[in-house]
Design a protein around this ligand. Structure first.
Ligand SMILES: C#C[C@@H]1N[C@@H](C)[C@@H](O)[C@H]1O
Length: 437
């Protein structure tokens, strides 16, 4: 074991109401919105297939040129009430909005930089009406904040000289000031989603990130912060040098999902793009665009392994939402209306996973949700229960799709026979378990 002084600030499994609500939420909406939505993946007429919010990097645009985008940022169609009602329709229980991405542009009027919404034709604070609209819709608001800041003169990738160190000290103060400012200006914020923390300069700032997490949680008790914010004093990220998670949930699952129960030890969240790799708005999505059904199955897999699923939206420069994302609101919203109770407040059911889909369960409940994503060719769903459990009752959640029959095929082993089922979407069967035969 290594001596770690600047590791976790909070217990690895918080039991306070704010964290319980984070778990119960299960399904969130990620929103990436910034100046990058203006060029939307094209620069001087050239198409760049990389992630649109990284266009400045792909097209090697000097910052003084990129910053000029602020002079044309004027999202007149921005309607956070509309965004919030879409998120509610989709069934998202929380939202994570980019307050500042790597480009360094702030969606709020920050007293610590001139590179913010106040120096655009739009001028008005974008965050305040956003927070109000989402809170009014009953959706918890989290702020994404990038430590990596391509605009700030004191940002350093690495600390190679005394000058670097002095500059980065100023940068750390700037970062602490902005985060304090965000908490003070928007006190209903539930937590922070840190990003841009992979460079050597931040990995060398473990003590600072420890003290910053403490400071933020003193400013707002109950605040929830992702593991990606943190390094320990040895430069170990997300988990300290002894494997203890830092922050309040593991957030390394970016565009990928866990496949086994090893994740159960900590709270965790997977964030997901609709195309292969676009977070900010890109005019032309290349390659595979995930269908609503694919994304529903990913969300179910996260719940089944006691994790959260954060689905990304990238609004256009004018604040409007693209067709493909409007389709997700409708399709995922319909599914959540009928089957949301297999997601909200649910977690790992403690049963052996089967090929036909996933078990989810509200902790402590006798009801287990079977979310069927792959109907076996023999139309029989295998269930293997622990030796002291039996099935007492079974039925479809919501609209019955067929007549179900139960067959005991071995010790605490069953088939639920589906009969003739026609469906295009995953569906749910509830089973009641009992310890009496
Ligand atoms: C790399 C990278 C960043 N992390 C994702 C959550 C997006 O913000 C992307 O730009």
């Amino acid at each position: 074991k290594k001596e770690v002084q600047y590791g976790p600030v909070s217990p690895e499994k918080r039991t306070d109401p704010a964290m319980e609500k984070w778990r119960d939420n299960r399904f969130g909406q990620f929103i990436h919105w910034g100046l990058y939505a203006i060029p939307a993946g094209y620069w001087k007429g050239k198409y760049y297939k990389g992630a649109a919010e990284w266009l400045k990097s792909w097209a090697k645009v000097p910052m003084n040129e990129w910053a000029k985008l602020a002079e044309e940022f004027n999202p007149e169609q921005y309607d956070p009430e509309e965004w919030a009602s879409m998120a509610k329709q989709m069934g998202a229980r929380y939202v994570v909005l980019t307050t500042k991405h790597h480009e360094g542009f702030c969606l709020w009027p920050s007293q610590y930089t001139d590179f913010d919404i106040s120096n655009t034709p739009y001028q008005k604070d974008l965050l305040k009406p956003f927070v109000e609209a989402y809170n009014k819709a009953g959706i918890d608001v989290y702020f994404y904040y990038s430590v990596l800041d391509w605009y700030h003169p004191d940002w350093r990738y690495a600390l190679k000289s005394e000058e670097d160190k002095q500059a980065f000290e100023r940068f750390k103060t700037f970062t602490k000031n902005q985060l304090s400012e965000l908490i003070e200006r928007y006190p209903s914020v539930k937590g922070f989603w840190f990003d841009g923390t992979w460079d050597a300069s931040w990995k060398a700032s473990g003590q600072f990130s420890y003290e910053l997490e403490k400071h933020m949680k003193q400013l707002k008790p109950g605040l929830i912060i992702n593991s990606r914010m943190r390094a320990d004093e040895w430069g170990s990220r997300h988990f300290d040098s002894n494997g203890q998670m830092m922050g309040d949930y593991a957030s390394g699952w970016e565009r990928k999902l866990p496949t086994d129960t090893s994740v159960l030890h900590n709270d965790w969240e997977a964030c997901m793009t609709v195309p292969e790799n676009q977070w900010g708005y890109h005019k032309n999505w290349e390659g595979h665009v995930k269908t609503p059904t694919e994304l529903i199955e990913m969300m179910v897999r996260c719940t089944a392994l006691s994790g959260n699923f954060l689905l990304n939206f990238g609004p256009k420069e004018d604040g409007s939402i693209r067709e493909e994302e409007q389709l997700l609101v409708k399709e995922i919203g319909n599914w959540m209306e009928q089957y949301g109770n297999a997601i909200y407040n649910c977690a790992y059911a403690g049963l052996e996973k089967q090929d036909w889909g996933y078990f989810t369960r509200e902790p402590g409940s006798k009801t287990v949700n079977m979310v069927v994503c792959n109907i076996p060719v023999n139309k029989a769903l295998r269930i293997q229960l622990p030796k002291n459990l039996f099935i007492q009752h079974y039925e479809y959640m919501g609209k019955p799709l067929s007549k179900l029959t139960l067959e005991e095929i071995g010790k605490n082993e069953y088939f639920i026979h589906l009969g003739k089922v026609k469906t295009k979407q995953p569906f749910v069967i509830n089973i009641q378990l009992t310890s009496e035969k």
